[in-house]
Design a protein around this ligand. Structure first.
Ligand code: CP
Ligand code: NVA
Length: 315
């Protein structure tokens, strides 16, 4: 299928940037690229292309999967810590975007304020990919849904339970529920709800397009997990919130995904976590290492999904 309707550059800042058809195209391409990689076939669709990767926060998976993905596709990736760029000394994002665009074919950014990514994308003349902002983590959620699909088939009409903080990863799940038509129930403590504007945006989309998705907020983890097909969680304290660790540990007590909680989900329910995990806080080791956990497949699939994204945006 044709995925580009115009020659204008495309960005991936949140799932709003992708149509349902484009997500399905990316998943199909991911399946192909993953199989080719496992079979030892070389796919050099990005020969001669370079990706700049600007990191304002730490990373293991995002950095290694994007860098390895570019290499496997015959291209090159540059790891740029913002601290070691002039960006870290106050050079404007707009100027950095214009300069990087003269050298590279795409820019991946991990940043704090989502607005930084919007500015980068506005001034860059090459595609910009969100490698996590305070508001969204689209590459992660595309990967999670791809992983679900690999294990259990289509996510449409399924129930997904989110336990914990209404954070960047939760926000991407919310937009995905609208795009792909599944039922997302989030159990969050008071004061840690997802941003109302993001929930409203997803609900508006569900109403407009008549998709079968839904977003429900509850307080009790058990209520969210009942009959779920997928249970997922994330750190209680995200990057940049380190000064709130104590307060958050108190607020999220009772929001740990343990074996007892997971028993309320369907027997075939999967457990996912974007990682890094804090064993004994948001999830027990028993669940993380247990038979329902697919967290290592999920981590691996970042590589394959992002290769499809890179090809689609940069080729
Ligand atoms: N899940 C994820 O994005 O991991 P990193 O922070 O290690 O990149
Ligand atoms: N919510 C977490 C995700 C880490 C991949 C954070 O932003 O730190």
């Amino acid at each position: 299928m044709t995925t580009h309707t115009s020659t204008a550059k495309r960005d991936l800042l949140s799932l709003v940037d992708l149509s349902t058809e484009e997500i399905h195209y990316l998943f199909a391409r991911t399946t192909h690229l993953k199989a080719a990689h496992k079979a030892g076939e070389i796919v050099h669709s990005l020969r001669g292309r370079t990706l700049a990767m600007v990191f304002e926060k730490p990373s293991t998976r995002t950095r290694v999967s994007f860098e390895t993905g570019m290499y496997q596709l015959g291209g090159h990736a540059l790891f740029l810590s913002s601290k070691e760029m002039q960006l870290g000394r106050g050079e404007e994002i707009s100027d950095s975007a214009r300069v990087l665009s003269r050298y590279v074919d795409g820019i991946m950014v991990r940043t704090f304020a989502h607005e930084n990514l919007v500015t980068m994308a506005h001034y860059a003349t090459v595609p910009v990919i969100n490698g996590l902002s305070d508001d969204y983590h689209p590459c992660q959620i595309l990967t999670d849904i791809f992983t679900f699909q690999e294990h259990r088939g289509s996510i449409a009409g399924r129930k997904v339970a989110w336990i914990g903080d209404g954070n960047n990863v939760a926000h991407s799940w919310i937009l995905a529920a609208a795009r792909l038509g599944f039922h997302l129930v989030l159990a969050v403590p008071e004061g840690y709800e997802p941003k109302a504007a993001i929930v409203a945006r997803a609900e508006q989309e569900i109403a407009q397009h008549g998709t079968s998705g839904s977003i429900t907020l509850v307080r009790q983890p058990q209520e969210a997990v009942i009959a779920a097909d997928l249970v997922t969680t994330d750190a209680w304290t995200s990057m940049g919130q380190e000064q709130e660790v104590k307060k958050r540990q108190q607020a999220f007590a009772g929001y740990c995904v343990d074996t007892l909680l997971l028993q309320h989900a369907k027997p075939e329910a999967l457990f996912m976590h974007c990682l890094p995990a804090h064993r004994g806080e948001e999830v027990t080791s028993e669940v993380l290492d247990g038979p329902q956990s697919v967290v290592w497949d999920e981590a691996e699939n970042r590589l394959h999904v992002q290769k499809a994204i890179l090809e689609w945006l940069l080729a």
